[in-house]
Design a protein around this ligand. Structure first.
Ligand code: S3P
Length: 441
């Protein structure tokens, strides 16, 4: 079956209310935590994308049963370390760094060796960042060259650790928090700021986790070996998926959008702060607190002129998956935008900083790159009429989304390959674009 699309027309003005796919980070965390809870959890609005389906497959391999009724996944947990692990179990995390890194934290006590594998992209990513703290807990890990496959064998002699997480990676932080759940005593993490869904979910579950928030880091203490009960959770929309529709609206002609029921946790709001600094007037309305998370409707209107941005690097982790689409706004802004210390972008599903440079050049934007810093020479009149073929962009879902938004707002004749990549995080992406009037073949 064909795996490419054509976009040959800019999108016409629209004024619509939409919903985007459910939050991927919270979907994966809720499946994994339900698998360690005591009793039944009911999770509704779970994101049904490949990354999350792989999480469901993974817990099934670990002896956890689930069923689906209407819009709700019902997961039966047997408490902490309640997995039933068979000999020669292999878990395939597919494309998902979050699943792979977080699940390792739940295997620290496993009595049998488990093999963790992933797809081509995941098999190139750095796992030394989680292997190091896991080994400090006392876990046995076998692997080569910092990458998957990994063999993990738990231990009955786990010891609590004190660890400094310096990258600002929520995946590393969450892997350590999960490991601490099964470890006696109190583990402590001094963690550079990153998304805090794991901490918020554990607090909502009544788990003894304490967070002291400082300006640039958090001190997180987790008491081990406390059971928590099955829970009900309704997953809100994903701001990372919403970001593509925010930018589509900003760059389109006389358009408006309301994106309903999105998680607007402050640790994820970089996209809104950065775009508002550039002149957008994105508003969060109808705000409410859901089990510790902030939910709101996002209101966006088209804007004619954008200012360049000197992006403070303290915002980096709050927009780490959104820089690709932020760069597209920088490409249309007046002046030279500057972004610093974005090396982590190159550690994602693809080397996104390298590919962003390649993409921006392809659409005719001048770039200066110095290692992890990038300067984008904006062109407010940027408009395309040439043929553009998006291939060799390594099947990265977010690069596919970016290309569609560029095609729909800049013009040109686009052929965009790797359509299947949308199934990683946002299977209804193209359907949602069509609701707004996009012509996609
Ligand atoms: C995620 C954390 C981020 C992000 C990823 C999801 C999570 O990765 O890029 O898409 O759910 O914890 P890092 O924590 O490695 O920065």
């Amino acid at each position: 079956m064909k795996n490419h699309i054509y976009i040959k027309n800019k999108i016409k003005s629209f004024n619509k209310k939409i919903k985007v796919s459910s939050d991927k980070s919270i979907s994966i965390r809720s499946v994994l935590l339900a698998s360690q809870a005591l009793g039944t959890s009911n999770i509704s609005n779970l994101l049904e994308s490949e990354d999350v389906l792989n999480a469901l497959n993974a817990i099934k391999k670990l002896g956890i049963n689930y069923t689906k009724k209407k819009n709700t996944y019902i997961i039966q947990g047997y408490g902490l370390n309640g997995y039933d692990i068979r000999k020669k179990t292999t878990i395939d995390a597919g494309n998902s760094g979050t699943l792979a890194r977080l699940i390792l934290g739940l295997l620290v006590k496993s009595k049998k060796e488990i093999r963790l594998i992933g797809d081509k992209s995941l098999s190139k990513r750095d796992f030394s960042r989680v292997i190091k703290p896991l080994k400090l807990f006392g876990v046995n890990i076998k692997n080569k060259n910092k990458v998957l496959p990994i063999k993990i064998l738990g231990t009955d002699f786990l010891r609590p650790i004190t660890y400094e997480e310096k990258i600002g990676s929520a995946q590393v932080k969450s892997c350590i928090i999960f490991s601490a759940l099964n470890t006696p005593g109190t583990s402590v993490i001094k963690s550079k700021k990153s998304r805090n869904h794991t901490e918020l979910m554990l607090k909502f579950l009544g788990y003894p986790i304490k967070v002291i928030s400082k300006k640039d880091y958090d001190i997180i203490s987790i008491k081990g070996l406390r059971q928590f009960k099955g829970f009900n959770y309704k997953i809100p929309g994903d701001i990372s998926s919403a970001s593509f529709f925010i930018v589509l609206t900003l760059l389109s002609h006389k358009s408006k959008i309301v994106i309903e029921n999105v998680n607007v946790n402050r640790s994820r709001l970089g996209i809104v702060s950065i775009l508002n600094k550039m002149g957008a007037k994105i508003k969060l309305r109808n705000k409410n607190n859901y089990n510790g998370e902030q939910i709101a409707d996002i209101h966006v209107k088209s804007i004619k002129n954008f200012n360049r941005i000197i992006c403070p690097s303290k915002l980096n982790s709050t927009a780490i998956d959104e820089f690709l689409i932020i760069f597209l706004v920088a490409a249309k802004a007046k002046g030279i935008s500057k972004f610093k210390d974005l090396g982590e972008m190159n550690k994602k599903e693809s080397k996104r900083l390298d590919l962003a440079v390649k993409f921006l050049k392809l659409i005719g934007i001048k770039i200066k790159r110095n290692k992890d810093d990038i300067k984008i020479h904006g062109n407010p009149n940027l408009s395309l009429s040439k043929n553009i073929v998006m291939k060799n962009f390594l099947k990265d879902h977010r690069i596919f989304f970016l290309s569609c938004i560029a095609a729909l707002t800049l013009g040109g004749n686009w052929k965009i390959n790797d359509k299947d990549s949308i199934n990683t995080s946002f299977p209804d992406f193209l359907k949602t674009l069509k609701i707004l009037g996009a012509k996609i073949n």
